[in-house]
Design a protein around this ligand. Structure first.
Ligand code: UDP
Ligand code: MG
Length: 314
């Protein structure tokens, strides 16, 4: 019989684990789906992993792993995909903000032959206005660059074993899970859901971490910023040609522009352009540097029971 794996990245979610486990157990048993729950504790500082161990000891359908430190949600998702044995895998947040009642429906779509079932947000739930605007802007930008409509997508999705294997075979380290399922292709469909409110704890995202996430995602998925450097160069060459002709003409006519103001302004503007361009190139250089080093994406410190799969995320 086909089996479903559910991957739940968890970072400091001690209070959520038991409740999430209970909710999922109820829903999956009722729907008659054979399943396993894989909790990946992303180097949590509270008792998240102890909680996972406690539940795994009682319930054979639960397994878990603990990272040696916080590696981020992407790493936790990939560790989960690596440990999953199911014929289909669902990735969802373990704070129940992704409504688990959609699971039977996703499972049904998978049985009908869809290989990817994308969870699409109807509403973004409770967020600050600033967060909404920033996320909206980021997704519009990403959608333009990648030619994929990202606005409503989330990490809540079901993947067929074939798709999971494709993602696991990727050698890159800076992944963007949300977009990779589009990139991989396959027969996909969408399912709409409303983001629930978080019951315990708080969102792990600060403004700084969101910015870093955004930049690393853009640079790992698109080279358009690099092309923008070229555009910037072309624009300033055209500008300087016009200015050069104007300056020469005025010099020959005997009324050349004088004073330092022009010179200083030009140096400042061009200096700004150059440094901005170097910064953009630097981001890509950093990506290449990280990829070339080939360090593991995550390191697993401990697992519940005997788990098959590699433990150092290569
Ligand atoms: N998470 C993680 N590692 C991190 C940050 C978050 O595994 O470094 C997990 C977290 O436990 C949760 C999911 O990712 O299950 C989404 O995080 P959160 O609820 O904080 O984000 P939000 O729902 O506010 O986007
Ligand atoms: Mg959440």
């Amino acid at each position: 019989m086909a089996r479903l794996s559910i991957v739940l990245p968890s970072y400091n979610e001690q209070q959520n684990i038991a409740r999430t486990h209970q909710t999922l157990q109820d829903i999956l048993t009722q729907a008659g789906i054979e399943y396993e729950l894989i909790f990946i504790s992303d180097g949590s500082k509270d008792g998240t992993y102890e909680e996972i161990k406690r539940i795994a000891a009682r319930d054979p359908n639960v397994k878990g792993a603990e990272f040696s430190r916080n590696f981020g949600k992407e790493a936790a998702i990939f560790a989960g995909l690596n440990l999953a044995l199911g014929d289909a895998v669902i990735v969802m947040d373990c704070d129940l903000q992704h409504p688990p009642k959609m699971i039977p429906e996703m499972w049904k779509l998978w049985q009908e032959g869809y290989e990817v079932v994308e969870g699409v947000k109807n509403s973004r739930g409770k967020e600050s206005l600033f967060h909404k605007l920033a996320a909206g802007g980021f997704y519009r930008l990403m959608s333009r660059m990648m030619h994929i409509d990202m606005a409503a997508t989330s990490d809540y999705k079901l993947l067929d074993r074939k798709v999971v294997n494709v993602l696991l075979d990727l050698t890159e380290r800076n992944t963007f899970f949300r977009a990779l399922s589009f990139w991989a292709g396959f027969r996909s469909t969408k399912i709409y859901y409303d983001v629930q409110e978080r019951a315990f704890g708080e969102s792990k995202w600060s403004f700084g971490s969101l910015m870093r996430y955004a930049i690393s995602n853009v640079t790992s998925f698109s080279t358009i910023p690099l092309q923008m450097v070229t555009v910037l160069g072309v624009v300033s060459i055209i500008f300087s040609l016009i200015l050069a002709v104007q300056t020469l003409v005025r010099f020959l006519l005997g009324d050349s522009v004088e004073g330092f103001t022009t010179v200083i302004l030009l140096i400042l503007i061009i200096g700004g352009f150059i440094m901005l361009s170097l910064g953009i190139i630097g981001h890509y250089l950093a990506r290449i540097y990280e990829e070339v080093k080939g360090r593991p994406r995550y390191i697993i410190r401990e697992t519940t029971g005997d788990i098959r799969g590699n433990v150092n995320g290569r």
